[in-house]
Design a binder for this molecule. Structure first.
Ligand code: ZN
Length: 359
């Protein structure tokens, strides 16, 4: 989660201070769940409150561990390393990035410090993004979250807002100072090894296949498949319970989601949020993308301005499907999914390019 929510927050003026600020170690704490033989999920429990920290998946092979993503800040990476050390005495041999967004890789320094022999692997495209302009936002990430924290505090104190929305803002405000601290002095660790379409990490007990299936959440997403355990880690191609759509490619994304449905998985681990045991969430996501594309395309082709297109789109079925009546989840959905999805579908319909890291 990098842009829209920050933009919305940054538009506001500073508000009153909020008490009960939490420490980075509290805010970025993680819990580990065994999800299959030799596979664990290391996750931040409150997935719909900032910081929006990517899931980490650990796969234990005979000689070492394969880790999928690394947490989104140095302190987060340290929390991940501490959890991994409790699971196995084996070294981390491979660290796989699902995509370039920092909430999945800015903790990599801690992994590298703990296991200097680790090989970091990503798609070639993800490496290009991490060494180019799309990753530039990390230099102002801490400042952005300072503005967010001030806005969150103001919203939390706004008596005109529904209580559930104010509660969400209060949680964001409480985490704000810790995020500012955690998101300062960030350093990306681009992959040591890249590939174009597929790579296999052979093993008797837990072989791993990494595949680029097409453009989806970014132009370089990969999925990680453990065929013996039938566990599929998708990165932010799938985010639950609120999907994420910053600089996505709606048409291609639907095709990739259909490819995910074709995997014979027992468990699908999204980039954020709880594992899925069936295809219902994939279907819900595909339906949302298809609905927005179908509504946007004729209006975009008729040269209506984007703002007018936004006014004409009926998002209520999508809001109901993902957020129900929860005001905070509805806010998060608009901030990280529907707003961007409409803009991306608009560009797609007009043949314009979606540029990574830019609106
Ligand atoms: Zn993410």
């Amino acid at each position: 989660m990098i842009r829209t929510i920050l933009t919305l927050w940054a538009l506001a003026l500073a508000g009153p201070a909020v008490a009960a600020a939490l420490t980075p170690a509290q805010v970025f704490a993680r819990e580990t769940t065994a999800v299959a033989p030799h596979i664990w999920l290391i996750a931040k429990p409150a997935v719909t409150d900032p910081p929006f920290e990517g899931n980490v998946v650990v796969i234990e092979q005979a000689r070492g561990l394969v880790v999928v993503d690394a947490g989104g800040a140095p302190v987060s990476g340290q929390a991940v390393v501490a959890q991994i050390r409790k699971l196995s005495g084996k070294p981390v041999s491979w660290l796989v990035y699902t995509h370039y967004h920092g909430d999945h890789n800015l903790g990599a320094g801690a992994v590298r410090a703990a296991w200097p022999g680790v090989q970091i692997v990503s798609s070639a495209r993800t490496r290009e993004n991490m060494t180019g302009p799309p990753m530039a936002y990390v230099t102002t990430y801490g400042k952005s979250y300072g503005e967010m924290a001030a806005f969150a505090a103001a919203q939390a104190g706004d008596a005109k807002l529904p209580q559930a929305l104010r509660d969400g803002w209060r949680r964001a405000a409480e985490a704000g100072p810790a995020m500012v601290e955690a998101y300062s002095d960030l350093k990306p660790y681009p992959a040591d090894l890249t590939f174009e379409s597929r790579i296999k990490l052979a093993d008797e007990v837990a072989p791993v296949e990494i595949a680029y299936l097409g453009r989806a959440n970014t132009d370089g997403d990969v999925v990680v498949w453990a065929p013996k355990q039938r566990v599929l880690a998708t990165g932010d191609i799938v985010v639950a319970p609120i999907p994420y759509a910053a600089h996505t490619f709606p048409g291609d994304w639907i095709e990739v989601l259909r490819k995910l449905k074709a995997y014979d998985f027992k468990l699908l681990i999204p980039g954020h949020g709880p594992p899925q045991t069936d295809r219902a969430y994939l279907d819900r996501l595909i339906a949302a993308l298809e609905s927005v594309r179908a509504q946007v395309a004729p209006l975009a082709k008729a040269d209506l301005p984007l703002d007018e297109v936004r006014r004409r789109i009926d998002l209520e079925p999508i809001r109901k499907a993902f957020a129900g009546d929860d005001p905070w989840l509805r806010y998060v959905l608009s901030a990280v999914f529907t707003g961007d999805l409409i803009a991306n579908a608009y560009k797609e319909a007009r043949g314009e390019t979606v540029i990574q890291g830019k609106g």
